[in-house]
Design a protein around this ligand. Structure first.
Ligand SMILES: O=C[C@H](O)[C@H](O)[C@H](O)COP(=O)(O)O
Length: 228
């Protein structure tokens, strides 16, 4: 296991300490969350916990089911106590970029329906300012090349996300366009602009969402309380 993976595993294990018997828990997506779901599967089995997971992607649902963690879809629950998710970049004001794995649409819907949100990251994800990580947009395939040109015209440096010359598609069968912005001086203003562009289903700016960040560091996980 790489050193970075070891840090991800430690934050994943730390995060499941926040999960108590009876909770409905949003399960994020990504390589860090994968370690958390592994730890949760073990906790559920060892402590005979009665919890329900609400997965934010098909791959997380598959992993949870494989580990015998009961899951429900978002519309089958009446609340979510806590969601634990990863992040691609977090700035000094605890605003985040998500969607490096293309899951930010479902993740954001689950996050805004959760009483509390915890992000688990290794220390490489912390930055003064957002933007060195490309900002993902989930876009409707229909007319996406026209949208792309509008993004070019705004100087947003868009790139369709492709693998082996094929468009990457999300769990909702949409495309991803990554904006190579390098720096985002005003995340709120950019979010408003993107919210208003027809064809963008959701962008990866997660603003004023996280309550607690758990950072994996060499000397152990650090828990940062951001907002109540
Ligand atoms: O779309 C993916 C999600 O937003 C992930 O939470 C994010 O990309 C972080 O993933 P990882 O833990 O693999 O760096």
């Amino acid at each position: 296991m790489t050193n970075q993976d070891a840090l991800k595993q430690l934050v994943g294990q730390e995060a499941v300490k926040f999960i108590k018997d009876g909770m409905i828990v949003g399960l994020g997506t990504g390589s860090t969350v994968k370690f958390m779901v592994d730890a949760l599967g073990k906790k559920v089995a060892d402590q005979h916990l009665s919890i329900v997971g609400v997965p934010t992607s098909k791959r997380t649902k598959e992993q949870a089911n494989h580990l015998d963690i009961p899951t429900k879809d978002l519309d089958e629950v009446d609340h979510i106590d806590l969601t634990i998710d990863g992040a691609d970049q977090i700035d000094k004001n605890f605003q985040g970029i998500k969607g490096g794995g293309g899951a930010h649409l479902w993740e954001k819907i689950v996050a805004i329906n959760s009483t509390k949100n915890i992000w688990i990251v290794d220390q490489s994800k912390l930055a003064d300012q957002l933007g060195s990580f490309p900002l993902p947009l989930e876009v409707i395939p229909y007319g996406s090349h026209q949208l792309f040109q509008r993004l070019v015209a705004r100087g947003f440096n868009p790139v369709f996300r492709m693998i082996n010359n094929q468009y990457v598609t999300t769990d909702s069968n949409n495309y991803i366009i990554d904006l190579h912005l390098h720096q985002i001086k005003d995340p709120q203003n950019l979010a408003l602009t993107l919210d208003q562009m027809t064809g963008i289903v959701e962008h990866g700016l997660f603003l004023n969402i996280v309550n607690t960040v758990i950072v994996g560091q060499e000397n152990g996980p650090k828990v940062l309380q951001v907002r109540p």
